[in-house]
Design a protein around this ligand. Sequence first.
Ligand code: NAP
Length: 235
Amino acid sequence: MAEGRVCLITGASRGIGRATALALHAAGWRLALAARGEEALAALAADIGGADHLVIPCDVTREAEVAAAVAEAVRRFGGLDALVCAAGVGSFAPTVDSTTADWDAQIGANLTGTYLACREALKVMLPRRAGHLVTILSVASTVAFPASAAYCASKWGAYGLTKVLAEEVRREGVRVTAVLPGSTDTPFWDAISGGPPREDMLPAARVADAVVYALEAPPDVSVDEIAVMPPKGIL
Ligand code: NAP
């Protein structure tokens, strides 16, 4: 149990980020909950007892908003023990039919957003020689899926980013964990037609369990990477 430790979660309003917020709340963490949609964040904070948690409207593609989110969390809680990067988007089409707007949205949220959040968190963690970054990546970080060029590019990129960060900071007291989920039953799939059967997907809570496992690991181990898949594998 990590009574009172502080975690900033991006993408906290839905899906894996929300499930992670619920799990970390249950484990006694204080949370800074970030996403673009303030209403859903406020509802989540109210559900889990808002007084201990902070709601931060933030678009992870916007540098100033990410820096402000980290600063606000530190101001409120006096420090930042962990960052979970769960903000992300996906849209799927054959490359020839895809748009630059869809490309930019996915590279922006999934790759640049992860970079910005990790960078700003490290500015707080490295001087204290303590902290933990968790990036929510994907099975699509290491496997090529057709009709997923931007999504795979963003996730392979974020996987590379995570591995570089781990090597940069592992001797500076900061741990880095890559979490690679397979298909997970979240609102991510609501607008995607022809996706895998929802009933075969992982519950978001199982991904959250992996995050909690990594964050609560004893200080004498670094959980570098966790792949969590539905029992049927790639769907
Ligand atoms: P989700 O249910 O759609 O939730 C996405 C979250 O990200 C929401 O809280 C959303 O809130 C936030 N978000 C999106 N763009 C953002 C931005 N620019 N700035 C700040 N927040 C932003 O999706 P999910 O399934 O939980 O996915 C979470 C992460 O897991 C993503 O990186 C996704 O690629 C990854 N993943 C998902 C699956 C899956 O099968 N579901 C599998 C592997 C990996 P707002 O819209 O309010 O900003």
